[in-house]
Design a protein around this ligand. Structure first.
Ligand code: KG4
Ligand code: ZN
Length: 327
């Protein structure tokens, strides 16, 4: 099947073509208008999607050396995400599917992030554990099979990506915060500041990042001049990574599962990847290539094709689901 994927859950306008589990093209436009506000402005994001969708889809089709009439199905992010931005993608996709008289499926953005790992290794076998770390979610899932997910733990407040973004704002580094902190941290000492690591010595599979953010705020108020931003960034990043890795390892041990994947924007963090590799020993870790960690439509097209091939589609009257959960 030749499937068009459309992603607009937040501030990336993306389209991709997947055919027989292979990505033929993937186009992502990251909206830069939000940088000056230090975070995504929903209304601006929706308008930007509406402006860009047509040309981004056109580009994805051309880059795959196809034409509109070659499309056999459309997969679009149904949720979770911002209501207005989801609506832009879903309305656009429904119009196109209706005009071309092809099936459409609304997919779960979180499930698509997890399934991006099958693009890294098509032989990945169930069951495995997934650390899902994005701007809105920090969760550990036991992935038993396609459609069978059990939540093992999550953050009780901020997501890890949010901790990076809020930390970067405090440090005056702009948005998105993850890449900015990672860049500065490269030249810093991760042991320079001893930031708190919530639940680190507990058995519970639970995260909390709001205390870390507050600790950074207080630290910057009182020690601003004594420690370099590189050292602060490296220490802050290390505090996030240490707990992410520790809880992932704990859940693998608890469930007696030796294979894990990471997914979502924070999975693009190279220090997270290398720390996991160092600490996993004989256990296996897999992650998508960098461009498939942050929001993209390749993962949406790939997952949509799997469902459409199984005869699952949404029909024309499905709605956006801004608070969509995985199970
Ligand atoms: O998955 P994603 O693109 O969008 C959501 O579904 O939320 O994740 C975005 C998040 C942002 O919080 C961003 O700061 C973070 O992923 N991020 C990173 C890196 N690249 C993106 N965090 C740490 N290191 C990175 N290299
Ligand atoms: Zn995402």
């Amino acid at each position: 099947m030749i499937i068009l994927g459309v992603e607009s859950s937040c501030d990336e306008t993306a389209a991709a073509i997947c055919s027989d589990n292979k990505i033929l093209s993937s186009v992502v436009s990251s909206q830069v208008i939000h940088t000056e506000f230090g975070g995504v402005v929903p209304e601006l994001a929706s308008r930007e999607h509406e402006k860009l969708l047509n040309s981004i889809v056109d580009k994805a089709i051309k880059e795959a050396s196809l034409t509109l009439s070659d499309l056999e199905g459309i997969s679009v992010t149904q949720g979770p995400g911002l209501a207005g931005t989801l609506l832009a993608g879903v309305c656009f996709s429904k119009g196109l599917a209706h005009g071309l008289n092809i099936p459409i499926i609304g997919v779960n953005h979180l499930e698509a992030h997890i399934f991006a790992n099958f693009l890294a290794d098509p032989e990945l076998e169930f069951p495995f554990i997934c650390l899902l770390v994005s701007g809105g979610h920090t969760q550990i899932w036991l992935v038993k099979d396609m459609g069978k997910y059990e939540l093992l733990g999550s953050s009780r407040d901020d997501a890890a990506g949010e901790a990076f973004d809020k930390g970067a704002r405090i440090l005056g580094l702009g948005y998105p915060g993850g890449p900015a902190i990672e860049k500065l941290a490269k030249n810093g000492d991760p042991k320079a500041v001893d930031f708190p690591r919530a639940f680190y010595n507990d058995d519970t599979i639970e995260y909390s990042f709001s205390g870390l953010k507050t600790a950074l705020l207080y630290f910057m108020d009182s020690n601003n001049d004594e420690v370099s931003k590189e050292d602060v960034s490296a220490s802050y990043q290390q505090a996030i990574i240490d707990v992410l890795v520790k809880k992932l390892l704990q859940s693998m041990e608890k469930e007696n599962i030796n294979s894990c994947v990471i997914a979502g924007g924070v999975a693009a963090n190279k220090m997270l990847r290398s720390t996991l590799e160092d600490q996993l020993g004989s256990k296996r870790v897999l992650y998508p290539e960098l461009a498939l960690c942050t929001d993209n439509a390749a993962m949406v097209a790939y997952l949509g094709e799997l469902y459409l091939k199984r005869g699952v589609s949404s029909g024309m009257d499905f709605d956006i689901e801004p608070n969509l959960k995985l199970s």
